[in-house]
Design a protein around this ligand. Structure first.
Ligand SMILES: [Ca+2]
Ligand SMILES: [Ca+2]
Ligand SMILES: [Ca+2]
Length: 316
């Protein structure tokens, strides 16, 4: 398969990092206490291929030697989760020094394939973007848009079973492997996104209409218990606390997701410079920054989206 490269995406990503502290339009994020907090959805997340991704700022992981996992996104029932995505705290037994991402699928009862990306460690109390993809044969892990692990699974993904529940912030509903820290822009796709596509949208909000988008939790509510899925699938999630405690809390986001859609050069404003970048990418281009609606072509639709976001970012 030929992969078209778009150097401008990397440039845009770098610009986004450089300007992350200068722009504060990322809305809210959801903080999890690591003890009781999670959000769940009873919607169907049965997929043949998948991409799961989130910005995470990890503060704590339970390092009881039995369980060093903390769930970010899981769908399934009890221990038969169809897919699991989260972080592992190291060293087991503590003191907690850093974490690495993990991804796992089950293809049936007691059958599973795991990718423990132990070399892709990152620090606590800082924002990192983690993404896992599976195309039905190969699983890939990305840390901040960089490919850090690749494993052949070559098995189908289980359909989750009756009564499967999706959990944000626990290894699966009812487990005690809670995420401790803050998440932002939690996304689930029913396609295995390419590295270019992941880089393309990790620093900005989604439109909600991107091909293959199964659920998008921008976590900008700032109040209440409902996590709104901005895709057309309405797979909303609800914050629950499984034991006594507050579990989760809304915080003003400090994540790097603060670029307005159409701000292709990452300077905090959508203007002529961005329009010229888009025009320079005109035509078929998988993962180009100018392909704002993610349909692998830069055309008049994308130009209209850019023009519709003209000006400075909205304060959310
Ligand atoms: Ca947010
Ligand atoms: Ca700009
Ligand atoms: Ca497009």
């Amino acid at each position: 398969m030929r992969v078209q490269t778009c150097p401008s995406i990397l440039a845009a990503g770098t610009a986004a990092l450089l300007t992350a502290n200068a722009i504060h339009a990322s809305g809210f994020a959801l903080h999890f206490d690591g003890i009781t907090g999670e959000a769940i959805s009873a919607a169907n997340f049965d997929v043949a291929q998948i991409t799961v991704e989130s910005w995470v700022n990890v503060e704590t992981v339970n390092l009881d030697p039995c369980c060093t996992f903390a769930g970010v996104l899981t769908w399934g029932r009890d221990w038969d989760a169809a897919w699991e995505f989260g972080v592992v705290g190291v060293p087991a037994g503590g003191p907690l020094e850093h974490v690495y991402p993990f991804f796992k699928i089950n293809w049936g009862k007691n059958g599973s394939a795991s990718m423990l990306s132990a070399d892709a460690t990152f620090d606590l109390n800082e924002w990192n973007h983690i993404a896992a993809t599976y195309d039905g044969s190969t699983a890939r892990m990305y840390l901040n848009g960089e490919l850090v692990d690749e494993v052949q699974f070559d098995v189908p993904i289980s359909n989750g079973g009756d009564g499967a529940i999706m959990s944000i912030g626990n290894n699966f509903p009812g487990a005690s492997e809670f995420f401790g820290g803050t998440m932002d822009e939690v996304r689930i796709w029913n396609i295995a996104r390419s590295q270019q596509q992941i880089l393309q949208t990790m620093y900005r909000p989604l439109l909600g209409t991107e091909p293959g988008l199964l659920a998008n939790y921008a976590l900008n509510e700032g109040e209440g218990k409902l996590l709104h899925d901005s895709s057309s699938n309405a797979k909303h999630a609800v914050i629950v606390t499984t034991r006594n405690g507050n579990g989760t809390s809304w915080v003003v986001s400090t994540s790097p997701v603060d670029l307005k859609i159409g701000d292709l050069n990452g300077n905090g404003i959508v203007d002529t410079s961005d329009l010229l970048i888009l025009l320079g990418q005109w035509g078929p281009c998988d993962g180009c920054a100018g392909d704002l609606n993610g349909d692998s072509v830069v055309d008049v639709t994308d130009m209209l989206i850019l023009l519709g976001n003209w000006g400075t970012p909205d304060a959310e």
